[in-house]
Design a binder for this molecule. Structure first.
Ligand code: 4AD
Ligand code: MG
Length: 463
């Protein structure tokens, strides 16, 4: 068996003992006597140095190795005298497992590639320093999120990906159908007859697991769902994906303040986790992608998040003297320029914005006593804008019905959702964290397309 380079560099293996490592060549330097190979296996940011001398039977071939050739190296683990490296391997044998066919045309040659170029090579980009680092941070964040909820008594609920309900009411759902779309079965009125479809009715990919997870919150108290969600919104921006992952906790016996605290505590927990576990990758992002990133994460994981009412935010935006592309007045849905102004210029950190006008928010949010606003909250982050959207839910059946009718939903279609309000209704609420936006925020990466392995965006679903 072979060792992980992360364990070797962390000092978990005995010095002066024989060890086997398997991985890919990053770089090779050689002279007639010695070859120095940087070998990586993706387990950590740094490669390990392999020193080979010309007594190796295949020394000539070793000198000709190029980036991404795969190797099995057996040799002695020694402390390194070189700067910046704790350990290295004095090779006793190097088995060349796979050569790179044509090094001159290999698309991931060791130089800086643009993110656009890397997206076009989504199958090879995990081999780069940058995507490797993103991948490890993404994993660390996902594990930390599960750990946070587990430690705080939440149950993880698998909500369905195929659904009949449009949670956000934005009409941005991808249809799931087995009908022949060229010659679909038609009803008498000439419309497509979805009774003939696989599910006997219209079905879609979910935009959010919230409505389903509410049913479990109203029985198990503290729950969450964490899975893929889909939105057919035609937004070609650096923060929108057609397929993204969402973390959605839902708490029973909770009001808006409880929901906001949960969001703040969870974020701080995961910031601390990534600082504790992935400093190697964070150092790369700090150096190459965003200066001051590590300091910012440290501050964020300690400092209290500012809370602000939507109405106050509108006043701030109106009076700040900044020219916005979209004009500001009470009732508007904030654009990313507004969100970023509040977080970046006004607060200088994340801000929890609360109590939005009901007309720009979804039907399920609890109506406030002013009858104009709902108990909604968004977490806005510098550099990216909204990373979390949540609310206290409408737990009063009559108010919920009124709202559904107002926005054109049929209460009958949501009988199961209404039942939660009929049988032992409780104040409850939760939020949705856009996981890719979190990863982008933590790494400083500018575009969510570069923090998910295979991005799905308008006119693009290759690989
Ligand atoms: O604000 P949204 O639409 O809220 C909901 O879906 C609620 N049902 C969540 C809940 O209360 N359980 O979406 C939540 C978050 C946003 O704040 C954003 O971070 C992310 O999901 N998001 C997207 N991320 C990437 N690409 C998109 N197209 C996104 N749309 C929303
Ligand atoms: Mg939102």
């Amino acid at each position: 068996s072979h060792a992980a380079i992360s364990d070797v560099l962390a000092g978990k293996h005995q010095v002066d003992q024989q060890i086997t490592l398997k991985g890919w060549v990053r770089t090779v330097r050689s002279n007639p006597n010695f070859a120095f190979i940087n070998l990586h296996d993706g387990s950590c940011f740094d490669p390990i140095q392999i020193v080979a001398d010309n007594k190796l039977s295949n020394y000539a071939e070793v000198c000709k190795l190029t980036t991404s050739c795969s190797l099995s190296v057996t040799g002695k683990l020694v402390e390194s005298l070189g700067k910046g490296q704790s350990f290295e391997i004095q090779a006793e044998s190097i088995e060349i497992i796979g050569l790179v066919e044509d090094p001159d045309t290999y698309p991931m040659a060791p130089k800086r590639h643009s993110v656009e170029y890397l997206r076009e090579h989504a199958h090879l980009r995990p081999r780069t320093n940058m995507i490797g680092a993103v991948t490890r941070v993404r994993n660390c964040l996902a594990q930390a999120i599960h750990r946070y909820f587990h430690e705080n008594g939440f149950q993880w609920i698998a909500t369905p990906i195929i659904t009949a309900s449009d949670c956000e009411g934005a009409g941005e759902m991808f249809r799931v159908s087995t009908l022949d779309m060229v010659n679909p079965p038609l009803k008498e009125d000439g419309k497509v007859d979805f009774a003939e479809d696989f599910f006997g009715k219209e079905a879609f990919l979910t935009v959010s697991g919230q409505l389903n997870v509410e049913t479990y919150a109203c029985a198990l108290s503290k729950v969450y769902t964490f899975g893929p969600t889909f939105r057919a919104e035609n937004s070609n921006t650096s923060r929108h994906l057609a397929e993204f992952w969402m973390v959605e906790p839902e708490l029973a016996f909770a009001d808006l303040a409880d929901v906001a605290s949960c969001a703040e505590n969870m974020l701080k927990y995961v910031f601390k986790a990534v600082l504790a576990e992935r400093m190697d990758d964070l150092e790369f992002f700090d150096l190459r992608i965003q200066k001051g990133l590590i300091e910012r994460l440290k501050t964020l994981s300690e400092q209290e998040f500012v809370r602000m009412d939507y109405t106050d935010a509108i006043e701030i935006l109106k009076n700040c003297g900044q020219k916005f592309e979209f004009p500001v007045e009470w009732g508007i849905d904030l654009s990313s320029e507004h969100e970023r102004y509040l977080a970046e210029k006004h607060v200088g950190g994340p801000v929890i914005l609360q109590n939005y006008p009901k007309d720009i928010k979804a039907f399920y949010m609890r109506l406030n006593d002013d009858n104009k606003t709902v108990a909604a909250m968004d977490v806005l982050a510098p550099g990216i804008g909204e990373i979390i959207g949540g609310s206290q839910r409408e737990d009063r059946l009559d108010v919920l019905d009124e709202r559904m009718i107002e926005v054109g939903l049929s209460p009958n279609d949501y009988y199961w959702y209404r039942d939660l309000r009929r049988y032992g209704s409780v104040p409850h609420g939760g939020f949705g964290l856009g996981f890719e936006r979190l990863v982008a925020y933590v790494t400083g990466m500018q575009n969510v397309r570069d923090v998910i392995p295979f991005p799905r965006t308008p006119k693009s679903a290759t690989f």
